[in-house]
Design a protein around this ligand. Structure first.
Ligand code: BTN
Length: 235
C-alpha cells in the first residue's frame, strides 16, 4: 500500500491534484483532519478531527473506466461495511452510501485532463466515530458508531477500505461486470425525486441503474439515460 498520512491538510483531493505528477498509481492519501474538505457540487465536507476516515486514491492507469469508478467505489465501501454488520446499506446513484435514509459516506471523483485524462482522484469521506452532526445537511448523516453503538478502529478500517477498492478496481480493469452486484443496492429505484437538471429543479421518476451504470429516469413522460455528474438528486 503506497500511503501518505497527514494529521492536518487542506484536502486530500487537493493534495493529490497538486502532487499527482510525482506520485505512483494507486497512492492512498489520508488525513485526521481537513481544513478545506470538499464535497460534491462545490459544497464543503466537514468532519470532526480524528473521528472519520478521510482519504483520496490516485489513479493514473486504466482511466477509460472513469464512468464506472464512482459506483464501484461506493460498492467497495458497502462490502467493507457489511463485514462490520451494518444493515440496510444502499447506493444512492452515482456514489453516496446510505444506511436506510441516512448518508454514511460521500465520494468526490475528480479528474485532471489536458487533451486527455491524466489522472483520477477518488476522494472518500466515511463517517466512523463521529456521533453528533451539527449544522445543515441535505441528507441526515449517520456514522458507523451511531449504527453499531461502539467505536471503530480507524486504522484497521482504512486498510480494509483500501484493499476493497483496489480489488474491485482491478476486477473492473479485468472486465468484470458489477451490474448484478450493484443493482441490489439501488436506493433510487422506482422513487419519485427532485433532480437538478441544467440548474432547474425537476420532479422525475427514477426507473433503475442500467447495465452500463447510467441511470434511467422519466422526465416529462420521456425516458432518459443519464451519466454520473450530469445531475444531482434530492429526495
Ligand atoms: C460528497 O459531497 O458527498 C462528497 C464528499 C467527499 C469528501 C471526501 S473527504 C476526503 C476527500 N477530500 C476532500 O476534500 N473531499 C473528499
Amino acid at each position: 500500500m503506497k500511503s501518505i498520512h497527514f494529521e492536518n491538510i487542506d484536502s486530500t483531493n487537493t493534495y493529490l491534484k497538486n502532487n499527482y505528477e510525482h506520485l505512483d498509481d494507486q497512492t492512498f492519501v489520508s488525513a485526521d483532519n481537513q481544513t478545506n474538505g470538499k464535497g460534491r457540487n462545490t459544497r464543503t465536507w466537514i468532519s470532526e478531527d480524528s473521528k472519520n476516515l478521510l482519504f483520496s486514491l490516485l489513479l493514473k492507469n486504466n482511466l477509460e473506466h472513469y464512468q464506472e469508478l464512482s459506483i464501484i467505489s461506493a460498492y467497495s465501501i458497502i462490502k467493507v461495511l457489511e463485514k462490520y454488520n451494518l444493515k440496510d446499506l444502499m447506493i444512492k446513484w452515482p456514489n453516496d452510501v446510505y444506511v436506510s435514509d441516512s448518508k454514511i459516506c460521500g465520494i468526490l471523483l475528480e479528474g485532471i485532463s489536458t487533451d486527455r485524462l491524466l489522472c483520477l482522484i477518488i476522494g472518500i469521506g466515511l463517517n466512523v466515530n463521529q456521533d453528533t452532526f451539527e449544522g445543515e445537511y441535505l441528507t441526515k448523516p449517520t456514522s458507523m458508531k451511531l449504527e453499531l453503538h461502539k467505536d471503530i478502529d480507524i486504522n484497521t478500517l482504512k486498510k480494509e477500505v483500501y484493499q476493497s477498492l483496489i480489488d474491485n478496481i482491478n476486477k473492473l480493469n479485468n472486465g468484470y461486470n458489477f451490474y448484478e452486484d450493484i443493482s441490489k443496492y439501488d436506493y433510487l429505484v422506482n422513487k419519485e425525486v427532485y433532480a437538478t437538471i441544467n440548474n432547474k429543479k425537476e420532479r422525475v421518476r427514477v426507473i433503475k441503474i442500467n447495465e452500463d451504470y447510467s441511470l434511467k429516469i422519466i422526465l416529462n413522460n420521456t425516458e432518459l439515460n443519464i451519466n454520473s455528474g450530469e445531475i444531482s438528486f434530492h429526495i
